[in-house]
Design a protein around this ligand. Structure first.
Ligand SMILES: [Zn+2]
Length: 416
């Protein structure tokens, strides 16, 4: 069987013919496949797609195809130019690649699908190509997917922020969190009022008016924009974010206390206790459990803060917003008397957002719990795996690619 036969099987283009296939020796041997236009076929204009009379023929270009037996494969073709009635003299459009890409569309989709399983650097290494080419492939896949995705029926969204560049800069991310359809919808630079306004502009007024539930953190700019752009939606303060605020407060209490104890020359009882205090009791390891029990014997500020946080977990188990509200008020009163400044700060914050907090119980059944937290972890993992993402564009593309659940075109042959 000849390679030409296989090529015609996996990727046939009616107006073009595969001619010879030859092996080019060297450090990195490669297969080159000559492609020519069928006799009497008219080139199509790359501007408007219409066939027109040929103008001239340019030098050959190489388009990288899916590698075979560890060897790079190139389609070699001399591009024609079209004398187009509407656009003037233009280079022709070829069915195996778009624009100025040197990757064939098939190869780009091949690399992009591997980039979901491996880091971009690994994909580049495995297929002996460059990071930039993998990026270009993923970018193409994301652009296609975003142009073809279905945005109908979005009822619940979650708004979240992610720190990047060691916490100096932020991204705003918006997820769809409907039961049954969860995906990343949008990524924006920064976390200002303007950032989130851009999301609503992208979503459009009609679809924004259909939103029924919005989950977010207590970050002011978000609260402001949501109230303005989707006033009809039940705005819920997300459980995951509230608990994160409490964990941060415990961390502050613990750090200050540890410094103090050390300065006064006491035993370092708080050494290596950070995770003991931040973990849920059921997640503690066998070694950690007795350590926590021992720690609780001391009447430490850190321990009191920890117990307040653990107590707050009961809040989420309520069914009725009324009784949840009663619990919240009691918890806040107790915390305000605790003389733990970071905890009091959280209590004040919770008090001032009481109605939004209680919305959690109104939305409980409609939105998928823990969805924002799940996405937050996956997004952080994506960014961590992606060394070399120094630009916003690369991060945005990586996030859409892994979390966007984007559609792909139907193809006759799947290469991977
Ligand atoms: Zn044209």
């Amino acid at each position: 069987m000849q390679l030409k036969t296989i090529l015609n099987r996996v990727q046939r283009h009616p107006s073009f013919v595969y001619e010879g296939v030859h092996l080019v020796e060297g450090d990195r041997p490669r297969l080159e496949v000559d492609v020519r236009a069928r006799a009497n076929s008219r080139p199509c204009c790359s501007g408007c797609g219409q066939p027109g009379p040929g103008y001239d023929t340019l030098g050959v270009r190489r388009f990288e195809f899916v590698p075979l037996w560890g060897m790079a494969v190139f389609l070699v073709y001399a591009m024609r130019r079209v004398d187009c009635g509407g656009c003037g003299v233009r280079v022709e459009r070829v069915p195996w690649a778009t624009g100025k890409h040197t990757l064939t569309t098939t190869y780009a989709w091949f690399l992009a699908s591997w980039a979901r399983r491996l880091s971009w650097k690994e994909v580049a290494e495995v297929f002996r190509t460059s990071w930039d080419k993998v990026f270009a492939a993923v970018e193409m896949a994301v652009e296609w997917g975003r142009a073809h995705q279905d945005l109908a029926g979005i009822r619940a969204i979650g708004v979240d922020e992610i720190a990047w560049q060691r916490g100096h800069r932020y991204l705003t991310v918006v997820y769809q969190i409907d039961e049954g359809c969860r995906r990343l919808l949008w990524v924006g630079e920064d976390r200002t009022v303007r950032t989130l306004l851009r999301f609503f502009q992208w979503l459009g007024a009609e679809r924004s008016a259909l939103l029924a539930f919005i989950c977010s953190d207590m970050w002011k700019p978000y609260l402001k924009v949501i109230a303005r752009k989707a006033a009809q939606a039940v705005h819920v303060l997300d459980r995951f974010h509230i608990m994160a605020h409490l964990s941060k407060a415990i961390d502050k209490v613990r750090a200050a206390e540890a410094r103090e104890l050390k300065a006064k020359g006491y035993e370092p009882v708080l050494k290596n206790t950070r995770w003991l205090l931040l973990k849920r009791p059921e997640n503690l390891t066998e070694k950690q459990e007795p350590r926590l029990a021992e720690l609780v014997r001391y009447n430490l500020r850190s321990v009191r803060a920890y117990l307040l946080k653990e107590d707050f977990q009961f809040f989420w188990d309520y069914v009725s917003p009324y009784w949840a509200g009663q619990f919240l008020d009691r918890w806040c009163t107790r915390t305000m008397r605790s003389r733990l400044e970071p905890m009091k700060k959280v209590a004040r914050m919770l008090r001032s957002h009481r109605p939004l907090l209680l919305n959690w119980f109104r939305a409980k059944r409609a939105i998928s719990g823990g969805a924002v937290e799940g996405f937050n972890n996956k997004a952080k993992l994506t960014l961590r795996k992606a060394y070399g993402f120094r630009t916003f564009r690369a991060m945005e593309i990586a996030l859409y690619h892994t979390l966007g659940a984007l559609p792909e075109p139907q193809v006759t042959h799947r290469f991977c």
